[in-house]
Design a protein around this ligand. Structure first.
Ligand code: AMP
Length: 136
C-alpha cells in the first residue's frame, strides 16, 4: 500500500505531527472540523475496522485516549468527538485505518446526527439479527 497516510508516515508527504511511537503516528487533519482535529493512524497498513489487527487497534485506541485530553486542553475546547469512518457509505475517504479526534466547542454549531425512533417491534428484530451475527 502506498496511500496518502502511508506516505505521511514514511515522511514522503509533509504533516503536522503531534505524536509518534513504534506502532502509531498522529498528525493534524489538513481540513479540520475545528483547529486541533487530529488523525491517529497505525503504521502497519489495514483498510479499516474490518481488517485491523487487535494489536494495531489497541495501539491506536490507547493513543487516542492519551491524546484526546491533551488536544482538548491545547486548543481550549469544551469537548471532543472520537470518530472512525469505515467504508464510503460511512464517509471514509482515505482507506487506511484512522481515528479522528475532533475538538468541540460549546458554540461551534455542529449538531448531533439525526435519529428516529424504531417502528413497533423493529428494535427487537434488529437486536436479534445482531445477536445472531455476533454468535454468542
Ligand atoms: P475519512 O473521511 O475518515 O477517510 O477522513 C480522511 C481525512 O484525512 C479527512 O478529514 C481529510 O481532511 C484528511 N486528509 C487527507 N489528506 C490529508 C493530508 N495530506 N494531511 C492531513 N490530513 C489529510
Amino acid at each position: 500500500m502506498n496511500d496518502v497516510f502511508e506516505k505521511i508516515i514514511k515522511g514522503e508527504l509533509p504533516s503536522e505531527k503531534v505524536y509518534e511511537d513504534e506502532e502509531t503516528f498522529a498528525f493534524l487533519d489538513i481540513n479540520p472540523t475545528n483547529p486541533g482535529h487530529t488523525l491517529v493512524v497505525p503504521r502497519h497498513y489495514s483498510r479499516n475496522i474490518h481488517d485491523i489487527s487487535e494489536k494495531d487497534w489497541i495501539a491506536m485506541i490507547k493513543v487516542v485516549r492519551a491524546l484526546a485530553p491533551a488536544i482538548q486542553k491545547a486548543v481550549g475546547a469544551d469537548g471532543v468527538n472520537i470518530i472512525m469512518n469505515n467504508e464510503s457509505a460511512a464517509g471514509q475517504l482515505v482507506f487506511h485505518s484512522h481515528v479522528h479526534i475532533v475538538p468541540r466547542f460549546n458554540d461551534d454549531g455542529f449538531k448531533h446526527w439525526k435519529g428516529a425512533p424504531y417502528k413497533e417491534g423493529e428494535m427487537a428484530e434488529v437486536g436479534e439479527k445482531i445477536r445472531k451475527q455476533v454468535g454468542r
